[in-house]
Write a protein that binds this ligand. Sequence first.
Ligand SMILES: NC(=O)c1ccc[n+]([C@@H]2O[C@H](COP(=O)([O-])OP(=O)(O)OC[C@H]3O[C@@H](n4cnc5c(N)ncnc54)[C@H](OP(=O)(O)O)[C@@H]3O)[C@@H](O)[C@H]2O)c1
Length: 210
Amino acid sequence: MNIAVIGASGFVGYAVTKEALEKNHHVKAIYRRNSIPEHQNLEQFKMTIFDQEQFKQVIKDVDVVISAYNPGYYHVDQKSRYLDAYEVIFNTVKALNKRIIVVIGATTLIQYDGELVKHGFYPKPWLHALEGPDAVFEKYRFDKSINVTWVSPAAELIDGNKTMNYRYDTDHLIYDQNFESRISVQDLAHAIILEAESPKYEKMRFTIAY
Ligand SMILES: NC(=O)c1ccc[n+]([C@@H]2O[C@H](COP(=O)([O-])OP(=O)(O)OC[C@H]3O[C@@H](n4cnc5c(N)ncnc54)[C@H](OP(=O)(O)O)[C@@H]3O)[C@@H](O)[C@H]2O)c1
């Protein structure tokens, strides 16, 4: 497949890029500053998605777009920046009739007592850092004109190993027997590429955890 990854130099985006390349997909990597190791099936685009014309050119021939966009956890106006970015991203994929997989946070998942995870699980500084993806999800979650799959990782996303042994849900946080909600970025990337290859959650959200 031809896959575009927005934020391919970031924590999530690079894991997704590596997983896609391991499975012999062709990747168009979009990021602003930090380049990533070269590979014969990788094309790198050091650019901003806010250059909508260039963005459109880059993604026009891909089968699916995967977004791990993040303007930075400490961006001065993170929430507005996220909203502005996804306006460009969604308008472009809609105009080109593309499918998109978007990585957000876990804060909008529902926890064991029916409350949202953000009302129980996270310390306040983290909540601030996750306002952007939350706002994007709230704005577009019922917009069926976009062929989007939302991906919420477990509450804790770690740099670990690819186990390929994890569970799925749609809107509920998944815990293990110790009441911990955790997933490695390698397994998250594995699930995202599986979804790209064989869509099961179009116009829906999925979450994974051990
Ligand atoms: N990290 C976690 O533990 C975690 C947990 C749960 C959910 N998430 C979610 O996963 C998503 C990705 O987060 P992350 O931690 O992987 O972020 P990250 O490491 O900060 O990476 C963000 C990526 O976006 C790129 N980018 C930023 N502005 C751009 C622009 N205007 N045009 C093109 N590319 C741009 C960055 O490029 P440069 O760096 O090259 O400038 C970088 O490649 C976010 O929605 C986040 O909420 C992350």
